[in-house]
Ligand binder design. Structure first.
Ligand code: FES
Length: 328
């Protein structure tokens, strides 16, 4: 059975050749970087120092031939063929993943988005990084939701979910979920999080991709962080935007420029088009920026391509929360 070693912390565990390396590591409760688990977001891209892997199908843009030449691989697609040694910093620097029961404090429906607030038992000490997500357990299945509130108030967490007609969980939230209901979840999960950096940041999101972005910006707001922030939020129609009072609050205290984009409606106060078009309109170069992209997987791919191939963003400074996009 191949042995996996993770440097610099010298963590070791075994894996069968049938197992995906990421899954084996997560089963050991290690804080291995990941988000989509599907070879698309690049969050799990890690440096393999020694050993051989075979990879299941993945998005070729996520792991390029050049990345492979430099020794990178995708943990979420890798099977070990020999003992492996990886260089992955901060594997022990995460919050423990817990399975918890929480109470619904409120369900606030704003047009087609529900803002759900959960109250967590303080004694169980739930902690997370801004940008991470949880998995709600519902009828034997797990559904991923980014935490929209800030880690500064970890005993209450907020989730945003969009209504999808006929969707089992959507119908439950819209028609049955009430205050005081019990919700079980697992978390915190995912490597997508606010990075320690002083570089200006671009946050690009669509729909309820706003949730992790809100968590990140709220954290900056509550920590009085003065870094330069550009927020691009895209929706089809004006009524799809929600929690706009937060945007007003941030404008007053943060060094933030906010661009709201409408893809199917026109209004003088909004950019007409996709978030990536607005970005292209506003920037010639993104060197020395940090970019966070959340929401529609297609938008994330387009934003990655635009930023890294045309606007000189350093690939290592692109962070995304893609959950379950299809592999090309
Ligand atoms: S590419 Fe591996 S977790 Fe997204």
């Amino acid at each position: 059975m191949p042995k996996i070693t993770i440097n610099p912390d010298k963590i070791e565990f075994n894996v069968t050749t049938d197992e995906i390396v990421l899954n084996a590591g997560l089963a050991q409760k290690l804080n291995l970087p990941h988000a989509c688990k599907n070879g698309v977001c690049g969050a799990c891209k890690s440096k393999l120092i020694a050993g051989e892997v075979t990879l299941e199908a993945y998005n070729q843009r996520t792991l390029t031939p050049d990345d492979i030449k430099q020794g990178y691989t995708l943990l979420c697609k890798a099977h070990a063929q020999t003992d492996l040694v990886f260089d992955i910093p901060n594997v022990l620097d995460g919050f423990p993943v817990k399975i918890m029961a929480s109470k619904v404090l409120s369900v606030n429906k704003i047009h087609n988005t529900a803002v759900i607030t959960l109250k967590l038992p303080v004694a169980l000490g739930f902690g997370f990084h801004a940008g991470q997500y949880i998995e709600i357990m519902f009828k034997g299945k797990a559904r991923s939701y980014s935490i929209a509130s800030s880690p500064v108030t970890p005993d209450e967490i907020e989730l945003h979910t969009k209504y999808h007609k006929g969707g089992e969980f959507s119908e439950y939230v819209w028609n049955e979920l009430q205050d005081d209901a019990l919700v079980r979840f697992k978390g915190p999960l995912g490597a997508f999080k606010l990075q320690k950096s002083e570089q200006p940041m671009l946050l690009v999101c669509t729909g309820t991709g706003f949730a992790p972005v809100k968590s990140i910006i709220e954290s900056l707001y509550l920590n009085n962080d003065k870094r330069e922030i550009h927020l691009y939020w895209g929706n089809r129609e004006i009524k799809d935007f929600y929690l706009m009072d937060f945007l007003d609050k941030w404008r007053h205290k943060l060094n933030i420029k906010i661009t709201l984009c409408l893809s199917q409606e026109k209004h003088e106060k909004y950019f007409a088009g996709y978030v990536t078009e607005a970005l292209k309109n506003d920037f010639d170069k993104l060197k020395n920026y940090d970019m966070y992209a959340c929401g529609n997987p297609r938008m994330i791919e387009d934003a990655f391509e635009l930023a890294t191939e045309k606007l000189a963003l350093d690939k290592d400074r692109f962070f995304s929360d893609a959950f379950t996009p299809a592999v090309k």
